[in-house]
Design a protein around this ligand. Structure first.
Ligand SMILES: Cc1ncc(COP(=O)(O)O)c(C=O)c1O
Length: 416
């Protein structure tokens, strides 16, 4: 009898992958320096920046916090337009609700679920100030095309790399492909830490300096969009505090990465390539099963890229098939989750006039065809074998050629 702890769970159980991480934690327990004053955060920032070919990495306490602060660097002014993907977690676009800007959701390519460059070009106007994209599931977006459009039309690009630690595009790391990038570390990711963490990477010294202040609760005093001062301002006594009274300021927040998270992040950096290779190996086995069934197609990736496989995504020919496959896998103890509900259809965006039909490819994907299979590094070899057989068995059943069910492995969790 299977319980709902699943034979093949969707996400990792536990946060640690290697003994080196446990040793790092044991060291912290006996630390005599007060943890908030420790040096591990700075060391991790250095190593992380280097690992993704970026000049700066500013650590924060979640991927969502990283996005909120990074979006602040775009200096959005009222009336600006921001183009964004709808195929993402709400954390990517939600900070835009705090800015008085027009958000234009851009449809995605049906084979990658990354932004469709043709749809993108059609949305660019003289008011376009920034683009927010995601390397969906760890599959690198076509950055050459995107960045060429950005440079030609003069807008900034933020790459949300929360799925893409370890991904590469034309040999370059995700996180160094645009103007600014964000990462998130937590249980489902390649670097899992204990709880949550995030980083912002960029090459600009002035942005790094502002980000360090903002994440430490220091309001951003920079006058990004100065407006004329009201006439008759008092002179000497009040001049300094009122100097930027008419400008936009960003409030700081306490978003500091805990020292223990930095220590674990540092230890896990050595594991990123191994984790990526493990995820790609499992993805390759899933691809082989799918190749036998023409009604289910795996996500494709640009040939000149390295997919991080945060998500393994595939597309069913139609909704009934997708739904039956999800149920068949669930019955066999394989946990399936669907990622992501189109952002423009969430209430907070519908209130701003966004409607069904705005991004038909993203909508069709969610409502009719897309599903994600478990693809993470803590599946044991026997769990992986079971997943492959369960997938094959479910697809054979849908194909009208059922096979004998695979035996459930004795141990259903653990590291491999
Ligand atoms: C694409 C994307 N961006 C941002 C986030 C938020 O990151 P975090 O959960 O680390 O705060 C998520 C969360 O799943 C995500 O999937």
């Amino acid at each position: 009898m299977l319980d709902k702890s699943y034979v093949v769970p969707w996400e990792k159980r536990g946060s640690l992958s290697t003994d080196a991480e446990a040793a790092v934690l044991a060291e912290l327990v006996h630390e005599s320096t007060p943890l908030p004053a420790g040096t591990r955060r700075e060391r991790f920032e250095h190593s992380f920046a280097e690992s993704v070919d970026s000049r700066h990495a500013v650590s924060v306490n979640s991927g969502a916090a990283a996005l909120q602060l990074a979006i602040g660097m775009l200096d959005l002014a009222p009336g600006d337009e921001v183009i964004a993907t709808p195929q993402t977690h709400r954390a990517t676009v939600q900070p835009l609700l705090d800015h008085d800007v027009r958000v234009r959701f851009c449809d995605v390519d049906p084979t990658t679920l990354n932004l469709d460059p043709v749809a993108l070009e059609a949305l660019i106007t003289p008011r376009t100030r920034a683009l927010l994209l995601v390397h969906y599931g760890g599959c690198p977006a076509e950055m050459d095309t995107v960045m060429a459009l950005a440079r030609r039309h003069g807008f900034l690009v933020l790459e949300d790399c929360v799925h893409a630690l370890g991904a590469r595009y034309r040999g370059r790391s995700a996180g160094s492909l645009a103007d600014i990038a964000t990462f998130g570390l937590r249980n489902t990711r390649t670097s899992t830490v204990l709880g949550e963490g995030g980083l912002i990477t960029c090459d600009r010294d002035d942005w790094a300096e502002r980000l360090y202040r903002l994440r430490a609760h220091d309001p951003d005093a920079r006058t990004a969009h100065p407006r004329p001062q009201p006439a008759g301002l008092p002179g000497t006594a009040y001049a300094a505090p009122l100097r930027d009274a008419g400008s936009r300021r960003l409030p700081g927040r306490d978003a500091t990465m805990p020292e223990a998270v930095a220590a674990l992040g540092q230890a896990q950096l050595a594991w990123v390539d191994t984790a990526g290779a493990k995820r790609r190996a499992l993805a390759g086995r899933l691809d082989e099963v799918l190749a036998r069934y023409p009604f289910l197609t795996p996500q494709s990736a640009p040939a000149h890229s390295t997919h991080a496989y945060h998500l393994y995504t595939c597309f069913a020919e139609h909704q009934e098939l997708r739904d039956r496959l999800v149920l068949a896998l669930d019955r066999r103890g394989v946990e399936i989750q669907l990622r992501y509900f189109p952002q423009h259809l969430l209430p907070q965006w519908r209130h701003r006039g966004h409607l069904r039909g705005e991004c038909p490819v993203a909508e069709r994907s969610w409502f009719e065809s897309q599903l994600n299979l478990p693809c993470h590094t803590q599946l044991t070899h026997s769990q992986q074998d079971y997943l492959i057989e369960a997938l094959d068995g479910s697809l054979a059943e849908l194909n009208g050629t059922p096979t004998a069910p695979a035996p459930v492995p004795a141990a259903i969790c653990g590291g491999a």
